[in-house]
Ligand binder design. Structure first.
Ligand code: ZN
Length: 120
């Protein structure tokens, strides 16, 4: 188990995760595509937000279940609460310090067909 420090670009949002990375994922839904998101999944007990939730903005769409957070100041997507598993966070791996992205297998997930409005 490793601990990774996470941050947005400006540093208003700081967090930590504890995980043993086995895979990272991309997703072909319209939101992940436009964010170019590469993510790792962690249970909520493995996630600690060290700064205030007030620093984050929340975006919801489609079924309104997933909670997509981003820094209110610099706009960077940091993490989201997942729709299919609301007790898990998807974390933007590019926010993680010393995370060896190239050494972890990447799986392409199918988010587009989960959308209620696929053309959104
Ligand atoms: Zn920021």
């Amino acid at each position: 188990m490793s601990q990774y420090a996470g941050s947005c670009h400006c540093g208003d949002v700081l967090f930590e995760i504890n995980t043993t990375p086995t895979e990272i994922t991309t997703c072909d839904c319209s939101l992940c595509k436009i964010k170019n998101a590469v993510m790792i999944k962690v249970h909520e007990t493995a996630f600690t937000l060290q700064t205030s939730w007030d620093k984050l903005s929340l975006y919801q769409w489609n079924t309104q279940i997933a909670k997509h957070y981003f820094c209110s100041r610099c706009g960077i997507y940091t993490f989201h609460r997942k729709r299919a598993q609301p007790d898990h966070f998807g974390i933007n791996v590019h926010c993680l310090k010393d995370f060896a992205i190239d050494e972890i297998p990447c799986r392409e997930t199918d988010g587009a067909t989960m959308s209620l409005e696929p053309n959104l």
